[in-house]
Write a protein that binds this ligand. Structure first.
Ligand code: ADP
Ligand code: MG
Length: 483
């Protein structure tokens, strides 16, 4: 695709995002949704589609989706109904999925996304409730496909965006924002690689300036944020090349192949499903009272964008630092918990942004698995602030704390790293260093001030890192000028 043709066209993108909810039990049956159990151990007759079984709505499914609806400025329907979406699939024994059709519980919301150069608002058409299907397993038996129904009936929500997204980067930013919000609300773990967040992308192109949308294709099977961005980029280029060479985009569903970096056809419009939606006769309408709404509203945590602004205005952090610290709710919580014990935002942010994040990256762990507790880290920062240890000792103690369950103070003692600010300890060392280096002393006196670094280095070395560099500097200058 030439740059000329990419300037001639504009892409139109709408995303459909599925999020698996963190409720303890399934959407319509009192059985656990915990991950990782042996296949087909978390099922009830309802999950198997046995005749005569009746669904009962899990109230937390409703509360969780309302949380997200409120956090994205949606209207919440006072009354919404469930619908049956009929289709046959081996991992769907009921032969239909319970979903919502023309009355979603949340609608007309919006989400602000930030890009490097600009920010914009993406409309949210609707957010509705549904249930997941089971899983077909194709790679464990050489002859048969196996079915695991543990996932059948797990609560899902679907978030449908308006076709307001214009570039793959905006799609990436939108998805990242959704992940951040569901994590802040603690309704979904937001892990795309593990399938708790899934995304389908609808993509079309039109000549710039044209109002009408072009024919869209739907992309599926993208299991990482980067893949969503790449697949959309690929699809935009494919459509532009097609139209530029006289072809026409046809409405179809495409699968993204992450190893070949290309899309391939899954089904055409002719094969598109007709789900024969109809109201679910076994469930009453979902009624949301004002009392319930107020109750849920009062449970909402501070949202990431509000927290970000507060970190800048109240804690005087830079934009970049505030953004990294608020990206993940638990990292922001950790930061603020340390801050509560040691009230110096800059110092605390500095240690977290450098040392703590380095360890999280190296070990591929989250802050919740980080081995240094809030009070131990606060203790370490305090030791440094009180000049009881110097920077290199701080680093050593930090690394030691990763494996040793001791406080910073205990470790400083154990490793013999406590600074000695007693002049009786450093003075003899300083005297010795001055006596041993007459040439440097002479040059210093001739005006070579930079040599102070050499003297400090020698004293620190002699003191085995225990001297207080600030004090050493002062005493050195005094003594050098006297000698
Ligand atoms: P369906 O019922 O087939 O799922 P919807 O009208 O619900 O279709 O739209 C699904 C998604 O496709 C929405 O996110 C919407 O914004 C997006 N969309 C609709 N038309 C277009 C288009 N021409 N180009 C790109 N995206 C579109
Ligand atoms: Mg749809």
């Amino acid at each position: 695709m030439s740059t000329i043709s990419s300037k001639k066209y504009e892409a139109v993108i709408g995303l459909e995002v599925h999020a698996q909810l963190l409720t303890k039990s399934k959407a319509f049956a009192p059985v656990t949704t915990e991950y990782g159990s042996a296949p087909n151990t978390q099922i009830t007759p309802l999950c198997l589609g046995h005749p005569g079984t009746l669904p009962v709505l899990n109230e937390n499914l409703v509360r969780y989706i309302i949380k997200l609806g409120l956090a994205t400025g949606c209207n919440i329907a006072e009354k919404s109904i469930f619908a049956r979406k009929n289709y046959f699939y081996p991992d769907l024994p009921k032969g239909y999925q319970i979903s919502q059709y023309d009355t979603p519980i949340c609608f007309d919301g919006e989400l602000d996304i930030e890009l490097e150069e600009y920010s914009k608002t993406i409309g949210i058409t609707r957010i509705h409730m549904e249930e997941d299907a089971g899983k077909s397993i194709h790679d464990q038996d050489p002859y048969h496909t196996l079915v695991d129904l543990n996932r059948a009936g797990t609560p899902l929500i679907e978030i449908v965006s308006e076709p307001d997204i214009r570039t793959p980067q905006e799609a990436y930013a939108y998805l990242t924002k959704i992940k951040q919000i569901v994590q802040y609300l603690e309704i979904c773990d937001g892990n795309m690689e593990e399938g708790s967040l899934r995304c389908d992308a609808n993509v079309s192109i039109r000549p710039r300036g044209q109002k009408e949308f072009g024919t869209r294709t739907e992309l599926k099977n993208m299991n990482s944020f980067r893949n969503v961005e790449r697949a959309i980029q690929f699809e935009i280029e494919r459509q532009i090349d097609l139209v530029e060479s006289g072809g026409e985009v046809v409405q179809e569903t495409l699968l993204w192949d992450a190893s070949k970096l290309e899309t391939r056809q899954m089904r055409s419009k002719e094969e598109a499903h007709d789900y024969r939606y109809f109201p679910e006769p076994d469930l009453p309408p979902v009624v949301v009272t004002d009392e319930m709404l107020n109750d849920i509203r009062s449970e909402l945590p501070e949202m990431p964008s509000v927290r970000f602004e507060r970190f800048i205005s109240e804690l005087k952090l830079g934009k970049e630092d505030a953004s990294i610290l608020t990206e993940n709710r638990y990292l922001a919580d950790y930061f603020e918990d340390v801050l509560e014990l040691h009230n110096d935002a800059k110092a605390v942010a500095n240690v977290i942004l450098t040392e703590v994040l380095r360890v999280l990256n190296e070990r591929s762990i989250t802050i919740r698995e980080f081995p240094i507790s809030v009070d131990r880290l606060a203790g370490l920062i305090k030791l440094k602030a009180e000049d009881k240890i110097n920077s290199s000792a701080m680093q050593k103690i930090f690394n030691e704390m990763l494996t040793e369950e001791l406080s910073a103070e205990k470790l400083a003692e154990k490793l013999n790293l406590l600074q000695v600010s007693d002049t009786g300890f450093v003075e003899p060392i300083i005297d010795e260093v001055i006596a041993k280096n007459p040439d440097e002393v002479a040059r210093f006196k001739e005006g070579k001030n930079a040599l102070i670094g050499f003297f400090i280095g020698q004293v620190m070395k002699q003191s085995k890192g225990k001297a207080n560099p600030k004090q050493v500097r002062e005493l050195l200058i005094q003594k050098l000028n006297q000698s």
